[in-house]
Ligand binder design. Structure first.
Ligand code: GLN
Length: 381
């Protein structure tokens, strides 16, 4: 039998590969992005409560109304956005399903989709599965800014979507209002859609404001915004995210969602709806992670790594100049085996596997574990 792969060049994602390697070697896992500490007891109690009360059958296809209403209220508080929970919010199996569903629903064969690299690794395969063409733009060194003038030149009649991601995984950079202005001039008068991956919306540091698409009503009219409770409430294993989009786009996304996952874990949705009523649960996240960022960056000063600044997300990049002269994929494996710390090699985020001798650390870990990792990476004479 001959299998014709639809994704012949795709292997297993680097997150799975590195987490597995970390487990094999008993290494501290700073690779795949997930916390090693517990979800708030109150949130766990709420889940238990709803399971015990019998909320165990299918949730409505679009998400339970209480959760969609709570999300709408949250967007009003945080971004001043006025959303219709029935027509603009869809609960999905993590933001990954929201991203995939938006692309599957809206990208046709031959459509071009602009992405910025290094890019999160799910965008490209989702675009290609829909027959779309990935048009990658490299973020500008040294601070990974978008070259909007280059984007403007490359836009054609076939450009159907631009994917932005802020705070940005893996670089930890953030888009500023000037970036959104530049994007506005590019899309004005076109049919280009914007997919805005904002899963790290609350993980933004040094008092900076998150420039959500939801703050820009004219851009929002052509946008799909994807967000995630996994990042916000330290529960990446729950797989609950959501897509926010104007009604005409939401309608299309739901056509895919209903035949992909149909609906999402019900007791968790009810628990999250209650938990969202207390804004402190998400408003204190920035301080929580900023402290971890600073602690980790300080501890890493005694190592041969050159740490790059992180303005958002729970990731931090590092250059490894003085360490073995390996390519970043080999280096990440070497570090896991020989120093007991697993990381993500940055080349996994480039379609041409560019090797910048840079790796990504995840600092969503207990202070003890971060200090232990830094200690294991200390300079050795
Ligand atoms: N978003 C997480 C990261 O960047 C991983 C998600 C996954 O493992 N699929 O590390």
């Amino acid at each position: 039998m001959t299998i014709r792969s639809k994704l012949p060049t795709v292997g297993t994602t680097i997150f799975t590969v590195m987490s597995r390697l970390a487990a094999e070697h008993g290494a501290i896992n700073l690779s795949q992005g997930f916390p090693n500490y517990e979800v708030d007891q109150r949130l766990k109690d709420l889940v238990n409560h709803y399971v015990q009360r019998g909320f165990n059958q299918y949730a409505p296809m679009t998400g339970v109304p209480e959760l969609r209403e709570a999300i709408a209220r949250k967007k009003e508080i945080v971004y001043g956005a006025s959303l219709d929970p029935d027509r603009e919010i869809t609960v999905t199996n993590g933001a990954t399903e929201a991203i995939y569903g938006a692309i599957a629903a809206l990208i046709h064969p031959g459509d071009e989709v602009i992405i910025f690299e290094p890019a999160y690794d799910s965008y490209g395969p989702a675009i290609r599965l829909s027959g779309g063409k990935v048009v990658p733009f490299r973020l500008l060194s040294p601070d990974y800014r978008i070259d909007w003038a280059a984007v403007r030149q490359r836009v054609t009649d076939r450009t159907r979507m631009i994917i932005i991601n802020s705070p940005h995984n893996p670089t930890g950079t953030t888009l500023k209002s000037a970036d959104l202005e530049a994007l506005r001039t590019i899309v004005a008068g076109t049919d280009i859609l914007i997919l805005s991956d904002e899963v790290y919306q609350h993980l933004i540091f040094d008092g900076e404001r998150h420039e959500s698409i939801l703050r820009y009503p004219d851009l929002y009219q052509r946008a799909i915004v994807t967000m995630s409770f996994g990042k916000t409430f330290h529960a990446t294993g729950w797989r609950i995210g959501y897509a926010i989009a104007p009604p005409v786009l939401t309608e299309e996304i739901r056509k895919v969602h209903q035949f992909n996952t149909f609906s999402i874990n019900r007791p968790l949705q009810h628990a999250l709806a209650d938990y969202l009523a207390e804004p402190d649960h998400y408003l204190q996240l920035a301080d929580f992670f900023q402290r971890k960022r600073d602690l980790f960056a300080a501890a890493m000063q005694d190592t041969p790594f050159e740490m790059l600044h992180s303005s958002g997300t729970y990731f931090m990049l590092a250059r490894y100049r003085d360490l073995p002269a390996l390519d970043d994929q080999a280096f990440a494996r070497w570090l896991t085996r020989e120093r007991g710390v697993a990381v993500i090699p940055m080349s996994s985020f480039y379609s041409d596997e560019t090797d910048e001798k840079i790796i990504r650390f995840c600092f969503a870990k207990t202070d003890d574990l971060l200090l232990e990792a830094a200690n294991q990476l200390k300079r050795r004479s």
